[in-house]
Design a protein around this ligand. Structure first.
Ligand code: NAD
Ligand SMILES: Cc1ncc(CO)c(C(=O)O)c1O
Length: 310
């Protein structure tokens, strides 16, 4: 049985912990915050119910044990894989990786769930960079099956294979990112899209809720079935060439973050986690949205996997 430690139990942690335990791994869950540990404990049953709805059943050998830890050495002792999952600030990741690295066995693999900090940069913070790799999950991690695998400059080929096979062994989908570029692939695409969306709302081209409807029921819906490269062939490369010819130069290419975002974060409006961001949320509405989105994501995934042919 694979032994895994997840370091950081915030937005991503509980779903990762539950998903790997469901795959039979022994999972050690660590956070420096008691509140985060308590929240993760509370979330596990509801995450498990979503995994049941996805027909992601425990292996015959049963679900892996989950243990919670406040002592880092205890959390990572004897594990095969450590997943660093702390805030997306390189100074925090450096501190955590430098703390973890001397505590693990020589053959232990350390992976980062970073959203886009180059793996080669993070490799500088561990004793054995050959055993360090990017393992970028997507939110919500217990539902989205695709995980990016990103080798850094020093990552050993067998470590890439190990992580890819581990992901496959969970019934998830590893995608190899061949070059260690900032943002990897998923977030480069997502952030190009988000930059354009924020700019369109900033310019008054469309209201925020109408933009969400436009993208979700237009390209979002389509891309869930037809990937971008396949879409080019469906639309016609001649159409893409003609439209790009006049549109590319007009797209947002801002190198800075919109004031609409920076003013909100400065005011503490971070989104659902603070009760308001682009939209406002009550605790009840957050719960409603969480359940509704999980239900819809589960139903969509079941259809995409061919489990529920309507
Ligand atoms: N939120 C997303 O949509 C998403 C998706 C994929 C990947 N990621 C990436 O995953 C990582 C974690 O993201 P998140 O959204 O879960 O962050 P988060 O801020 O929600 O949670 C971070 C957790 O780390 C804990 N923490 C802080 N310092 C710590 C330390 N020294 N040791 C152990 N725990 C510590 C915090 O208490 C918190 O519980 C980031 O690198 C992020 O970019 C985020
Ligand atoms: C806004 C945003 N930023 C990063 C990520 C993943 O690293 C996500 C996501 O997983 O959905 C995201 O929505």
């Amino acid at each position: 049985m694979l032994k895994v430690a997840v370091i950081g139990l915030g937005t991503m942690g509980p779903g990762m912990v539950a998903r790997m335990a469901r795959g039979g791994f022994e999972v050690r869950a660590f956070d420096t915050s008691d509140a985060a540990i308590d929240r993760a404990r509370v979330m596990l049953p509801q995450i498990g119910a979503v995994l049941d709805q996805l027909s992601i059943t425990p292996l015959a050998s049963g679900e892996g044990a989950i243990s919670f830890h406040r002592d880092l050495a205890e959390a990572v002792a004897g594990v095969d894989l450590v997943i660093e999952n702390v805030p997306e600030r390189i100074e925090v990741k450096e501190e955590v990786l430098r703390a973890i690295s001397p505590l693990v066995a020589g053959d232990c693999v350390i992976a980062s769930d970073t959203s886009g900090i180059p793996i080669t940069k993070l490799q500088a913070f561990v004793v054995n960079p050959r055993r360090f790799v990017g393992m970028h999950w997507s939110n919500p991690p217990h539902i989205i099956p695709m995980i990016e695998v990103i080798p850094g400059a020093a990552t050993a080929a067998e470590v890439v294979s190990f992580i890819s096979e581990t992901i496959k062994g969970l019934g998830l989908i590893p995608v190899l990112v061949k070059k260690d570029v900032p943002g990897f692939v998923e977030n480069r695409v997502l952030y190009a899209l988000l930059r354009e969306c924020v700019d369109l709302v900033d310019q008054g081209v469309i209201d925020a809720d109408a933009l969400d409807t436009c993208v979700s029921w237009g390209i979002g819906y389509k891309l869930s079935v037809i990937g971008p490269m396949a879409l080019l062939d469906m639309a016609g490369l001649d159409i893409y060439q003609s439209v790009s010819g006049y549109l590319n130069a007009d797209l947002c290419n801002a190198a800075t973050v919109s004031d609409a975002i920076t003013s909100r974060t400065a005011a503490g409006r971070l989104g659902m986690k603070t009760g308001g961001g682009i939209y406002d949320y009550t605790p009840e509405r957050i719960k409603e949205l969480g359940a509704e989105r999980a239900r819809k994501l589960v139903a969509t995934r079941r259809v995409l996997e061919g489990r529920d042919t309507p």
